[in-house]
Design a protein around this ligand. Structure first.
Ligand code: FAD
Length: 425
């Protein structure tokens, strides 16, 4: 690093997800030096993670090495490191390996993790979906369940292997349920000899009264009908009370299921704990209207790890466009400060909510305009391809989807991280 760059105002950004990366991009030309820290070496497009878990896309189609994304920015240093604390009084970020990184301005964009409502012991039986490792673990469990069913002669055990329980009917649960049904009914049948994969049960369990609760009633009802039409069993109003090696318990009954997927709850990263800052029940840091941490004007926090009522008085949703808008705002706020100007409070503007249910089935809520069915599905697909980074990823995902659309073939059906001797769990 040149001496000229070294003398610049130092912005440290923790987390290269949607929020942190957007801040980095938007600070281009701001006359600051940036250290971007992430415990993973890649930026991940989480909205398509379920497609990796269901063998529709490969891991490399939805992730990018962070270093590559900032290769043209000499003022950005990338650190592959886990942050485990902040010494705010000394303006230092503390890394797990004992190193410290000092900052002039700090941006925390560390996202969320799974939450099991106080039942962390369920996690080994019901893994969630947040990282690429989670996705490949789920893919493995789903594919191994079919492989074991093929060799199982006991009808009860075979039925349990062919039952997939998904806890939580938000967008991730709905998308997983729809895609596992398609995998079982359209992609796999020809490849198995002893087991009819079309008989697989996919059970979507939701404690609330409707699927896609964040969508308007009519779209939610449409999604429910569509899921049942394609073969998903939807269970509403039943909270899961146990997940174990044999299956899942709800409403006092055990559903024997060898594959359980947790899509029900999240908990914020430890950003609020690091600072001893106020947080909501999910651990989300409560930030000021300008996205700074109360009492620390030099620390901004953005994305899923914070809570702020900046959407016409309502909490900003935990979605990628919100994290990106916050990242954009923080970059503008840092530039404004350096220029001696002030900024109006952050305001979130919502452009719409999308969820895919299955082939030619999706719902979109643009506010006044609501779409469902095939048109919504095409728009959903085009929007997701548009938001991927780079032409190569866009072409690759478009080609994979075209193949699935025309031939029902999913090329990423690879069982990795274990041999045939390894059990599903
Ligand atoms: C399965 C799934 C599906 C989703 N689908 C959609 C969708 O369809 N549409 C939509 O808009 N949103 C969707 N979301 C939500 C969206 O992905 C998030 O809102 C968005 O990623 C939030 O961005 P962020 O920057 O706050 O956090 P993230 O993108 O999660 O990034 C956080 C980053 O911080 C890093 N990090 C965390 N802790 C540390 C630490 N201690 N040290 C170093 N680095 C750390 C992580 O490695 C990660 O790279 C989905 C999320 C999931 C999990």
């Amino acid at each position: 690093m040149t001496e000229q760059v070294q003398g610049l105002h130092h912005v440290v950004i923790v987390g290269a997800g949607f929020g942190g990366l957007e801040t980095t991009y938007r600070l281009a030309g701001a006359g600051v030096r940036i250290t971007l820290i992430d415990r993973r070496n890649h930026h991940l497009f989480q909205p398509l993670l379920y497609q990796v878990a269901t063998a529709s896309l490969a891991t490399s189609e939805i992730a990018w090495p962070i270093r590559h994304l900032v290769r043209d920015r000499p003022e950005v240093t990338t650190l592959f490191a886990n942050v485990n604390g902040i010494a705010a009084a000394r303006r230092c970020v503390l890394l797990e390996d004992g190193a410290e990184v000092s900052y002039d301005t700090l941006v925390l964009a560390t996202g969320v993790r799974h939450a099991y409502f106080g039942h962390d012991e369920w996690e080994p039986f019901a893994p969630g979906l947040k990282t690429l490792e989670d996705a490949t673990t789920l893919r493995r469990r789903i594919l191994v369940a079919f492989e074991r069913a093929e060799r199982e002669s006991d009808p009860g055990k075979r039925a349990a292997l062919m039952t997939f329980a998904i806890v939580g009917a938000g967008p991730t649960g709905v998308e997983l349920a729809g895609t596992i049904v398609e995998l079982a009914r359209s992609t796999l049948p020809q490849d198995f000899r002893n087991v009819d994969t079309r008989r697989a049960r996919v059970v979507l369990i939701e404690a609330g009264q409707r699927v896609l609760a964040g969508f308007p009633d009519d779209l939610s009802a449409y999604a429910h009908r569509s899921l049942e039409d394609i073969g998903v069993e939807v269970v509403l109003g039943q909270a899961v009370t146990d997940c174990n090696a044999d299956g899942v318990v709800y409403g006092g009954n055990q559903l024997d299921a060898k594959t359980i997927i947790w899509a029900a709850g999240v908990r914020a990263s430890r950003a609020a704990e690091w600072l001893g800052a106020p947080a909501d029940r999910a651990g989300r840091l409560q930030v000021a209207p300008d996205l700074t941490v109360p009492g620390h004007p030099e620390i901004f926090a953005i994305g899923d790890t914070v809570t702020i009522s900046a959407w016409n008085g309502q909490p900003v949703p935990g979605i990628a466009p919100a994290a990106k808008q916050e990242g954009r705002y923080v970059a503008a706020a840092i530039k404004a400060r350096l220029a001696g100007r002030s900024m109006a409070p952050f305001r979130y503007s919502h452009s719409g909510s999308l969820a895919q249910i299955g082939k030619r089935l999706a719902v979109i809520d643009f506010g006044r305009v609501k779409l469902r069915g095939a048109l919504a599905w095409w728009i959903w697909g085009i929007a997701h391809i548009y938001f991927l980074i780079g032409l190569r990823h866009r072409l690759s995902v478009a080609l994979s989807w075209l193949w699935i659309y025309l031939r029902d073939q999913r090329a990423a059906r690879l069982i990795t991280q274990g041999s045939s001797k390894v059990n599903v769990r």
